[in-house]
Design a protein around this ligand. Sequence first.
Ligand SMILES: [Zn+2]
Length: 412
Amino acid sequence: MLATRDGDQIVLPGLASAHSHAFQRALRGHCQRTSSSQESFWSWRGTMYALASKLGPESIYDLARFAYAELAMAGVTAVGEFHYVHHQPGSQPYGNRTELAEQMIRAAQDVGIRICLQRVLYQRAGLGKELEDGQERFCDARVEDGLADVENLLARYGDTPGVTIGVALHSVRALGLDWIREASDFAKKRGLPLHMHLSEQMRELEECNTEHGTTPVALMRDNGVLDKDFVAVHATHLCAEEVTALGDARSFVCVCRTTERDLGDGHCDARALLGAGARLCTGIDSHAICDPFEEARAIELDQRTADQGRTRVTNAGPLLAAASSEGYAALGMSESYHSDEVRLRAGDPALVGATDAHLDDAVIFGGSPRAIESVRVGSARIVENGLHRDYEEIRRRYEHTFQALFRGAEFS
Ligand SMILES: [Zn+2]
């Protein structure tokens, strides 16, 4: 049992969101409604690009700091930031090439949560496709340039408590095989976490088949990318051979249910993945909803809905582990896992009636951020009485920045 009782509180380990795009928090409530039956992941992506094209060092910091404060107040003590907005609008790098990555790290440090900054490699729009408006900021001219940024971040933050650096491959769509191989070798030589959007969309599978004649996971397996430090984000549309490949490699799958629901992505077969030996973690991803309890229970409950049956994936203990210890492991932070703590009010209406024999069940299937009393990261208590220590200042700054970014903007 991971949850324990201490008087009128229920004590949990720190929770991890292993996959995040913090700036997308600003899209919440602005791109969920649809204006036509043709809305899809791809039309959502156009709205997200419009926001990404407006961001600068200060505004990305303000959005990220608010998103991380909200995470902290939901019990999240460690975040994996899949960071892909690197350069100035147009594509010119900043004078300091890692300026925006450092702003994300600063935001997490100022809030007081741990961060694994996953520096994303992004080469192209897709095989033979022209870059779309907004994508230039994500791209590097050469794979060496992106990997040099990782080296610089490692040099700067390698000894910084609460910060780890990872490598991220944006997707099969956005990278040629030569970039994938080089970045994977780079990460393996240094023992860094390697995260990748994988098998998220049917169109991705079709394009992978056209370019490589195989499936995304099989392509990674055949090129030596899969191992215990590899994290496949989403892994929605896997065939049996791909499930086996991820299991044999003891790789992670990061499930991001509230985002996958919002985008209409479908959902992964978590039961088959666990059965094959893969490890599960969870991610709040687009910040469409900020609730780590929902991310964990949805792995089970969405499968029940699909199957029209009960207890289809696993029990509360492994689901809570996916949202905590397994997330820390996927972020290269296992040694910090026992340093952090989240306390819930046992008197919160959602938790009243919980028994000590089934605390994990009560927390996973009934818990919500409303029940958070306090959050401690190492020796620092960053949330007290459910509120982040700097919440009002962080919120005011966020609202000011939000207004400036969206002045005159139209959301469909
Ligand atoms: Zn993502």
